[in-house]
Design a protein around this ligand. Structure first.
Ligand code: FNR
Length: 180
């Protein structure tokens, strides 16, 4: 199974990137996870969507080629960050590569709510509002106080989060059997 991760923070030391890297490493024997780079995507502009830059075409080709997408998002101002909205705008137009493609959502923040509002919005955008991406039901991953759960080297050290993610990924793989 091939999965791509779309991370809503382009910050070098992003906790959400560290979370994606944890999934990539810990479940490497179970599926291949490629973390996509959103930092090179230009701002979406309808004037150029039919002649989109190479970075956009490469990004969309990778999403199209994947069996599923893992979204890992911080919360900015009670919603999804602009870089994530920008990526979604590109994905939603012309070649609609998310149509029917399954998604799993995770996210973290330094506050206790762990990006819950951003994830609620993301769920709505991905499924209810038009991208038509089936979402892993039930398994909601809100990693709050994230700065206390990773060490200085970027390793997830919080045992209960590690165990919880094991259960979620197991459910994800079971759920994915209907798609691959
Ligand atoms: C934040 N942060 C934040 N946290 C939160 O729980 N709810 C929020 O609405 C916001 N809003 C917000 C806006 C902006 C512009 C920034 C820069 C930050 C804090 C955020 O959770 C924290 O910076 C995370 O560490 C960002 O994720 P990464 O970059 O570590 O992945």
């Amino acid at each position: 199974m091939k999965v791509v991760a779309i991370v809503g923070s382009i910050r070098k030391d992003s906790y959400n990137l560290q979370l994606a890297k944890h999934v990539q490493k810990r479940y490497a024997s179970q599926f291949d996870l490629e973390i996509l780079d959103l930092s090179t995507l230009p701002m979406y502009n309808q004037d150029i969507e039919l002649d989109a830059p190479k970075e956009v075409l490469d990004f969309k080709a990778k999403v199209k080629d994947a069996d599923a997408v893992l979204w890992v998002t911080p919360e900015y101002n009670s919603t999804i960050p602009g870089v994530l909205g920008n990526a979604i705008d590109w994905l939603s137009r012309v070649d609609k590569v998310m149509n029917g493609k399954p998604s799993i959502i995770m996210g973290s923040s330094m506050g206790i709510l762990g990006s819950v509002k951003a994830q609620m919005h993301l769920r709505d955008i991905l499924f209810a509002s038009g991208l038509n991406s089936p979402l892993l039901p039930m398994n909601e991953v809100y990693v709050g106080a994230v700065h206390e759960k990773f060490d200085a080297e970027g390793n997830l050290t919080d045992e209960s989060t590690i165990d919880f993610l094991d259960a979620v990924i197991s459910n994800f793989q079971e759920w994915m059997k209907q798609y691959v």
